[in-house]
Design a protein around this ligand. Sequence first.
Ligand SMILES: Nc1nc2c(ncn2[C@@H]2O[C@H](COP(=O)(O)OP(=O)(O)OP(=O)(O)O)[C@@H](O)[C@H]2O)c(=O)[nH]1
Ligand SMILES: [Mg+2]
Length: 362
Amino acid sequence: MIIKKYVADTMNEALNLIRYELGPEAVIVSKRSIRQKGVMGLFLPKKLEVTAAIDESSKEDEIPEEETRPFAEELSKAEIEQEISEVKVMLQQLVENKEESKSNKKNRKNHGIKRILSERDVSEEVIEDLVNKAKEKDKYKGSSRLPDKAVIEEIEDRINVEKLGEGRLMAFVGPTGVGKTTTIAKLAALKALSSGKKVGLITIDTYRIGAVEQLRIYADILGLPFEVINHTRDVEKSIKNLSGCDYIYIDTTGRSVKNLMQLSELRMYLDKLKPDSITLVVSMTTKYNDLLKILDGFSAMNYDNIILTKFDETTTYGSILNVISNTKAPVSYIAIGQNVPDDIEEATKEKLLDLILGEGAM
Ligand SMILES: Nc1nc2c(ncn2[C@@H]2O[C@H](COP(=O)(O)OP(=O)(O)OP(=O)(O)O)[C@@H](O)[C@H]2O)c(=O)[nH]1
Ligand SMILES: [Mg+2]
């Protein structure tokens, strides 16, 4: 399978480029508008970036048209014989090429989209599941060979994104070091700056030395009220102290899913806090088997959305599929670096699809 990105001013222009280069069989994987590079890009109109894909096999089926040669009227016998022997060699080569392409196609039977997904660190289990689900679709039932676009459609259906709810109390949970505190600082800063509403911060992070200070420093810089909860009995008092806040972000200690006691203690705090939303924060650098344990362990928290972090620390984004294939919760944001508040973006279907299948790096 060939996947390419095209940048153009209009969709029509992009489609012409795609048809010219990849042919009429190409499928559009995603499109998004992008700012032009450099400082001047801020002042220039946005461009359209379209990602298109095509099965290599369908491109190989096309046999290039032979150029028509001018007819030579007066050829000598020797010249005619020479022409005939050249035509014979060409015919022989054509037959050989066709045979070779047939056997290549056979050898490549399982490549295409499956190989691409595997190279991008989508787990084999998830790939098999994608293929099986794609095969079950009515329009592909009974077809002798599942086209790559069927799998792409299944990926598209599977991507579930949703904005972080507009509830007042938002809690963030997850394993240690995934970026919960940094993500909260980014979101709280953006909310305070963009909405002009009053934002408050709470931490129930009482395990790690320096953890309370980390959020306190952000609260001081951003000028936000800040509460520390050391015990479940402090919950009511802290919430009362922040009664003037329109939004409250709650940070929690990173919990290992291996430590059931830590998890049940977190559950206790959440039961008392009764947040409007619980966000599970997961790093893109997590290994597949650990990811499964994390999603399973934190399911007891009834998290309702996911933020994926550390996109900048990996070059393949198959983990997105590994996560969304093993949870029902939608992705709300992706974090792409350590800078507060800049390195966070709202998750969109197009963006995630482009990261999974496109060429782009963050
Ligand atoms: N490269 C990169 N680093 C990040 C990102 N988000 C957070 N970090 C860094 O990851 C490290 C841990 O971040 P924290 O926000 O303290 O993580 P945490 O989940 O709160 O950690 P605990 O409270 O110990 O469980 C810090 O050095 C952050 O700067 C990200 O998107 N990309
Ligand atoms: Mg933290």
